[in-house]
Design a protein around this ligand. Structure first.
Ligand code: GDP
Ligand code: MG
Length: 425
């Protein structure tokens, strides 16, 4: 049984919390794409944690947590995260790392910063975690696949020489920055090889056996459909596919084994970085939503920067659920809207004078203006409620309206940041 937990929006939908809940019942939790460039916030009996790379199942000591081949692995960040959990005295689940994952090298991180600096005001708003340079090198076939850390010293030196001959020209001519030192890079690689060794396995084979044994496997998505490299708001997207379908590639499992796709959708919108965001709001209206949003406000788990916010976007969410192939929707952070007397919902886009409910490509999207409709707010605290029928009628109506607009069943409602703040319909 494989379930994918993925985002329908721009990320930060609350996937970490939903995965943490499902992980209680799972044998394997697998990250299949992305790196430490975004974060999941998890609040459980041990405290509040921001995870960037570790699968959210890590808090379940009986679980096996997998960083799949689709992941961009920042070794230093990984061990910082492990240390933080150790300091909090958490009995962590087991961790396995694919021998085919890609390593984020220190120079990837530098190139990310240098490129943002070069682009200045026109930057992508990268988190400067080296993700785009790492995936670029993966596809240019000059990356470090984990198993390559274990090449012979001579082979490694040759590989490093080749990488430096390309990178150092860019560093010198384009960025005017210090060059990569071959010996230093060799030492870094040897160090990574040594510290990763206990975790490295053929994770695809392990998952294959787990499927045969009917184990429960969760695929944990990072970011959301709007950030998918192909189907998102290109070029303001991430450098790996955020779709459940990519779980097959990024974990090395057959596509038909993914039985459930739980699409996490936020009851309003938030986004980090640049790019079209049709239902975005500004000024004091935005500040109020930002302050009431999430758990203690909408600020990035990775960067701490204020997230852009807007009203629920039914056009984008319907598209996100479609691309993800949602079998059910988990609607999160509904409680954060309790401060509102009225709640706008974006139900259409106006493009060149015509109204559409279908999410367009980025060129068209840039011209889109939101069509808002207003729903009455419930204006009372809904935290602690455990049954759908006990929610205020206006809150139920808001949820049912969202369900109707997007056309996918809202089976789970999250009305608070903790594990127990959940309503199953
Ligand atoms: P992710 O990247 O999708 O895992 O989401 P993030 O963790 O980056 O952002 C979601 C934020 O909302 C976190 O601070 C969560 O603790 C919080 N959160 C998740 N679900 C709920 C909810 O139902 N209500 C409230 N108030 N906060 C929530
Ligand atoms: Mg996040």
């Amino acid at each position: 049984m494989i379930k994918a937990i993925v985002g329908a929006n721009w990320g930060d939908e609350g996937k970490g919390k939903i995965t943490d809940v499902f992980a209680q019942e799972a044998d394997y939790i697998v990250r299949f794409q992305g790196g430490s460039n975004a974060g999941h916030t998890i609040k459980n009996e041990y405290g509040k944690f921001a995870l960037h790379l570790l699968p959210s199942g890590i808090f379940n000591e009986n679980s096996i947590n997998v960083l799949g081949n689709g992941v961009a692995l920042n070794v230093d960040d990984l061990f910082t995260e492990i240390e933080n959990l150790k300091k909090a005295n958490i009995n962590m689940g087991k961790l396995l790392i694919s021998d085919r994952a890609q390593i984020v090298m220190p120079y990837h991180i530098m190139f990310d910063s240098y490129e943002e600096e070069r682009l200045a005001g026109k930057s992508f708003g990268s988190t400067k975690s080296g993700i785009a340079p790492c995936y670029s090198d993966k596809y240019a076939k000059i990356g470090f696949q984990v198993n390559q850390l274990y090449l012979t010293d001579d082979e490694l030196k040759e590989k490093i020489k080749n990488i430096c001959s390309i990178k150092n020209i860019l560093l010198k001519e384009l960025y005017n920055k210090p060059l990569i030192d071959e010996e230093e890079l060799f030492d870094t690689v040897k160090n990574y090889a040594a510290i990763l060794k206990p975790y490295v396995v053929d994770t695809s084979l392990i998952l294959h056996n787990a499927i045969k044994e009917d184990k429960v496997i969760l695929l944990e998505g990072q970011l959301g459909a709007m950030k998918d490299t192909d189907h998102g708001i290109y070029p303001m997207v991430t450098s790996s596919s955020t779709l459940a379908g990519f779980g097959s590639v990024g974990a090395g499992i057959p596509p038909y084994e993914i039985n459930e796709v739980i699409c996490v959708v936020k009851a309003y919108s938030s986004a980090v970085g640049a790019g079209a965001f049709v239902s975005e709001i500004f000024g004091s209206e935005a500040e109020e939503l930002r302050a009431n949003g999430g758990d203690g406000g909408e600020y990035g788990a990775k960067t701490g920067r204020p997230r852009r916010v807007g009203w629920f976007d039914a056009v984008a969410t319907k598209y996100g659920c479609r691309l993800q192939g949602a079998t059910s929707v988990a609607l999160t952070v509904v409680d954060a809207l309790s401060y509102l007397q009225e709640i706008p919902i974006c139900t259409g886009y106006e493009i060149n004078g015509e109204i559409t409910k279908d999410f367009p490509n980025t060129t068209e999207l840039e011209k889109a203006k939101p069509v808002f409709e207003t729903m009455p707010g419930w204006f009372e605290d809904i935290r602690g409620i455990k049954e759908f029928n006990k929610l205020p009628e206006k809150c139920r109506n808001y949820i049912l309206r969202i369900e109707k607009e997007i056309g996918y069943p809202v089976d789970i409602i999250s009305n608070g940041p903790s594990r127990t703040d959940l309503i199953y319909r």
